[in-house]
Ligand binder design. Structure first.
Ligand code: F6P
Length: 318
């Protein structure tokens, strides 16, 4: 049996641990393993190379993805999927481990339907995949954001300022909420909870009267504009405010223990499914254990937001 491994969509720290686990599990089970470079583009273009056990040495501690990644427009259309199937046939690929986010899983479903079994492994810093409580890269990204916000707090504190920090997450507020609580933010603004700048400003004004003189506001990307929010806070409270967009730095860096371990577990599990000829599945974590579901089912699930954590964050920040 020959399996391929690819990473697709935005990179995430820990993807290398998942690649390593999938490659080593495949070899251990007597399979041939190939790396498919730059996601579905590499599959279509035949950018495919054999991997042995040493090919994945010395990558577990690295951010990014050793297989490179890309978003592939061509793969959204039947012609692209047909080319990919042809390429799989030419290279003798019997199944693929697809490490990525929701968009990558749609491609994996199409390819599975076209006769190439694919198993998705959730890799995205956003933690926005409903079927799993955890996605690879989430922990590292949150820790990176936390460290950077701690640094912003130092300077905000020295200058009696308000620091408005935008974190990543696409449409999801998990990174914002967790880093907000971890950094003692006065407010966390996410799309999941109705956004009320008046309430944030009143909270800042009230805490000023108790002697608080510097503030952190964490904003999830896509919810308002950090510059605009900082400007309004400054105008309405008199507190000098600065906006910082953390950006892609959150996607890099050496993965945390949690990312390496969960990625290893999920990468390994994906190969055990392919070994049995099972495709069209996504692997995830449920109460800490690895499990799998049908891709279409996974794509339709809705992820609950962390309302309880939001309430705690709100009630202890004053
Ligand atoms: O999905 C990961 C992510 O970093 C999101 O948080 C963000 O919205 C998006 O990717 C940025 O995409 P790009 O790297 O294409 O700018």
């Amino acid at each position: 049996m020959k399996i391929g491994v690819l990473t697709s969509g935005g990179d995430a720290p820990g993807m290398n641990a998942a690649i390593r686990a999938a490659v080593r599990a495949g070899i251990k089970k007597g399979m041939e393993v190939v790396g498919i470079y730059r996601g579905y583009n590499g599959l279509i273009n035949g950018d495919i190379r054999p991997l042995d056990e040493r090919s994945v040495s010395d990558i577990i501690q690295r951010g990014g993805t050793a297989l490179y990644t890309a978003r592939c427009d061509e793969f959204r259309y039947k012609e692209g999927v047909d080319k990919a199937v042809k390429s799989c046939k030419e290279h003798g690929i019997d199944g693929i481990v697809v490490i990525g986010g929701d968009g990558s899983f749609r491609g994996a479903a199409d390819l599975s339907a076209a006769g190439i079994p694919c198993v998705g492994v959730p890799g995205t810093i956003d933690n926005d995949i409903a079927m799993t409580e955890y996605t690879i890269g989430y922990d590292t990204a949150m820790n990176t954001a936390m460290e950077l916000i701690d640094k912003l707090r130092d300077t905000a504190s020295s200058h009696d300022r308000c620091s408005v920090v935008e974190v990543m997450g696409r449409r999801a507020g998990y990174i914002a909420l967790n880093t907000g609580i971890a950094c003692g933010a006065i407010a966390v603004i996410t799309s999941e909870i109705p956004y009320d700048l008046d309430a944030v400003i009143n909270k800042i004004k009230n805490t000023q009267t108790t002697g608080k003189h510097h503030f952190i506001v964490v904003v999830s990307e896509g919810v308002g504009n950090a510059d605009q929010i900082a400007k309004e806070i400054e105008e309405r409270t008199g507190i000098e405010s600065r906006a910082t967009i953390l950006g892609h730095v959150q996607r890099g860096g050496s993965p945390t223990v949690r990312d390496r371990v969960e990625a290893s577990k999920m990468g390994y599990y994906a190969v055990t499914l392919l070994e049995k000829g099972i495709g069209n599945r996504v692997v995830g974590l449920k109460q800490g254990s690895v499990y799998d579901v049908d891709i279409q089912e996974a794509l339709q699930m809705k992820k609950p937001f962390l309302e309880d954590l939001y309430k705690i964050a709100d009630e202890i920040s004053f």
